[in-house]
Design a protein. Sequence first.
Length: 294
Amino acid sequence: MAKRSRDTLDYLAVLAGETAAPLSPPSAGPFLDLPLTAIRPSPWQARKHFDPGQLAELADTIREHGVLQPVLVRPGPDGYELIAGERRWRAAQLAGVETIPTLVRDVGDEQAATLGLVENLQRSDLNPIEEAEGYQTLIDRGLSQQAISAAVGKSASAVSRSLGLLGLADSVQEALRGGELNYAHGRVLLPLPKTEQARLAQLAVRRTWNSRQIEQAARKLKQRLEDGARRGRRLMREDPDIFALSERISRHLGARVEFRNHSSGSGQFVIHYASAEECDGILAKLNLLDLSNN
């Protein structure tokens, strides 16, 4: 894997040239101290959530030592637009300072988006879905996975695995955004159908399962689904009417059902559920939830 340049801004300038004209060289001389009020946030910001506690800690550091790393901006119609460094800019406002050290680059929209995304991804403080969406945005702008991996200091396979999280069910992605589930949880859930991903994720959040517990539950569920599919195919071959009936009941109850027939003519009718709440819902549909009046 290619090494990152020590000068991150110079390296990113080269990287951004993959999809647009080369960036103009940095101006000679020291950084500018620009008023915070002259700078506005970037519309390309990958991070959707800024932790208030972390911002407060950074603000305390800024009060004591000042802003140690400049933010990157570009000229705009009403002052300057941030390219990278929004967390520092927000914390500086909390700290009550009036100016911030700034490096100004004259770049277009595409380059600004590329530089801002890569800077965020390098810092590794995005949630797993923000990170995956950041990689996807860079790919949509024409960067290769190899170039992205070199820029953020991760292997191409790590970038690919992160992108895979975008295949999770929407509710699971939201749980990863909110910190209820983590990257490892998402990877474990990914091979399951989206409906089962959502059910298992809900159960994992409620019971505060760790990655190993989710992995064990997902493995068992995947095996049951595969076994059920095989039995379903066998049942359809043996008795299409029974198979159609089980499918109709399954849709009505919102749960997987199966007929287990034996050569003697006996058998079982089995209803599967993934949680106590799902079981209650099935019993309610069967008017069996409350038997106190019977």
